[in-house]
Design a binder for this molecule. Structure first.
Ligand code: Q9C
Ligand code: ZN
Length: 309
């Protein structure tokens, strides 16, 4: 709630900011209806777990710059950013730190033997790199969780947000101990434009441990699902101990900034397909901006995951 920018800058003009606090509340409200779900508040973790993937100077900047901003101001930094879609507010650091605490809390439940955990957090993370914010993201929550889990076993990340997770890819691009697999809209047409192409496969030791499935702008269920199955096979070959899902719902047909043609009921199928891997799974909220339908989408997704879990 303390991080609610009022606009982004697109093509030099102010435009509305879709990454709003209500996104989380609407999902939580629907999931709370199910008595088998246990809701847990996040614990606070030492910043060292974030410093394992982000530069200390960047984190210091985020904290100190947030601290001096007035309530309701939107500040667009000239350093430590990749675009004009991640304004800072007075609450940015504390919100982003808490999102990281939410995923670390989730990740520690997996370590303790929990099979399915949903880290319902915002701001999202997958566009944030080691020392940059961008695309509504400040701290890379999926990367923080993957790094934490990689100390306990093999961690694979499946990124199903509409946008390529450029930050996550880059952070682990030269590593073979963390696999990154992403399905997303063709970056030559859609954000983040600069990465997410199929020929980006990792570098050095990391070669073969990065896999991009870029898809045409108006991809529908059939093509999406057959591609997802390929991605899941790729993950299976890696023999992971943990699966982290960067779960973005901006692939939904009515999403205001996405473009795929996926229906509400399709998310149950995505959930079932992921659950068929039978891996301890941490869901991390990334994008998804059709606030009206986010609850229903998350509900279908979780129902699918629970079916085979
Ligand atoms: N106004 C995530 O889904 N696009 N970030 C801005 C349209 C930025 C998306 C151009 C998209 C960022 C986490
Ligand atoms: Zn997205």
């Amino acid at each position: 709630m303390v991080h609610a920018p009022s606009y982004e800058i697109y093509d030099g003009e102010r435009s509305s900011y879709p990454e709003v606090p209500d996104r989380i509340e609407t999902i939580a409200t629907v999931l709370r209806k199910y008595r088998q779900h246990t809701f847990v508040s996040p614990k606070q973790f030492d910043q060292k777990y974030i410093e394992a993937v982000h530069h200390k100077n960047y984190l210091r900047y985020l904290r100190k710059r947030s601290d001096v901003l007035k309530t309701d101001s939107n500040f667009f930094p000239s350093y430590f950013m990749t675009d004009t879609y991640a304004p800072m507010t007075s609450g940015t650091f504390s919100a982003a730190k808490e999102a990281a605490d939410i995923v670390l809390t989730g990740a520690s439940f997996l370590v303790q033997g929990e099979k399915l955990v949903y880290s319902l957090c915002r701001p999202p993370g997958h566009h944030a790199d080691a020392s940059s914010m961008g695309g509504y993201c400040y701290i890379n929550n999926a990367a923080v969780a993957a790094q934490f889990l990689s100390q306990k076993g093999r961690a694979a990340i499946l990124d199903i947000d509409y946008h390529h997770g450029n930050g996550t890819q880059h952070m682990f691009y030269d590593r073979s101990d963390i696999l990154y697999v992403s399905l997303h809209a063709d970056p030559s047409r859609k954000y983040p434009y600069i990465s997410g192409f199929r020929d980006e496969i990792g570098i050095g030791e990391g070669k073969g441990y990065n896999k991009n499935y870029s898809l045409p702008l108006h991809t529908s269920g059939n093509i999406y699902r057959s591609t997802l199955k390929k991605g899941l096979k790729y993950i299976q070959k890696f023999i992971p101990d943990f699966l982290i899902v960067s779960a973005g719902f901006d692939t939904y047909m009515h999403d205001p900034i996405g473009g795929f043609k996926l229906e509400v009921s399709f998310y149950q199928k995505i959930g079932q397909d992921i659950a068929s891997l039978s891996l301890p799974t941490l869901l991390i909220q990334e994008g998804g901006y059709c606030v009206k339908d986010l609850g229903k989408i998350a509900e279908q997704f979780v129902l699918g995951l629970e079916e085979k879990a």
